[in-house]
Design a protein around this ligand. Sequence first.
Ligand SMILES: [Zn+2]
Ligand SMILES: [Zn+2]
Length: 282
Amino acid sequence: MAAETIPALMRQAPELAPWLRLYQEVLGVADDPGWAAAAMTRRHDLRPDQPLLTGAVIPLSAGLATATLRRLMLVASAQEAENGPPFKAASGAAALDAPMLIQAAINEDTAAIAASAVALGVDPPALGTIVQLAALPLLRACHAALAGAVPAQWGQGSCPTCGAWPVMAEVRGLDQSRHLRCGRCGADWAMPTLWCPFCGESDHTKLGALIPAEHDRPLRIELCQTCRAYIKTATTLRPWAPADVPLADIASVEWDVIALDNGLARPRQPAVALGARIKALP
Ligand SMILES: [Zn+2]
Ligand SMILES: [Zn+2]
């Protein structure tokens, strides 16, 4: 599904093409059995409010991680005038530690990613985008491996599997049930009505919605006046597949602009300290 919608999205919004091109690469390697995360070691002393990957040790083929990260860097270098030559050099650098960077991405450890960017001579935010993309196949494999372990009553705003903040919400089906979606592992968890996933506000006078009048797609911005965060909420018939969640997010980037213009923002800090570790396999 996701792979087929990308060319149309590129035509609709050429400014999104560089990111979409990288995402195509990610989808192209996502079926490699080397990402299978079933052999991970999980902690069994977690509190009920801690995501399943907290403190987990996840084995990962160093060769697959390195090949994926190199490939993404080369694609990025081919399409970026300014960052191109540094990324081309970094893709072949001996200092490129792909398992460590994927671990940093999973833990949303921006300091570790920034330190690597300095060592590799590349732009830290650009490297951050690339390593977050490189971590997606493993995070989705983790979600698939752990799907049966997610608590039915997960009462948190952040992802029950990987701990990330949700990127979007769905109001789904005939019963209009509300679900939060993780843009990384693809997890899908219930969201009560009148509840801010970011700060837990449940006072209806503090919660609202922006419904851009000039847009026809079934999407709105739900906002919280207490923490000034927002979440784009789409009406859907069926759940988005995990690979479709980031596409729904990027395809509605104009709503993010409207939210920013209204003084709203996504949370800046990670929701949790995940502390997952990658065990690089030779
Ligand atoms: Zn997740
Ligand atoms: Zn809030």
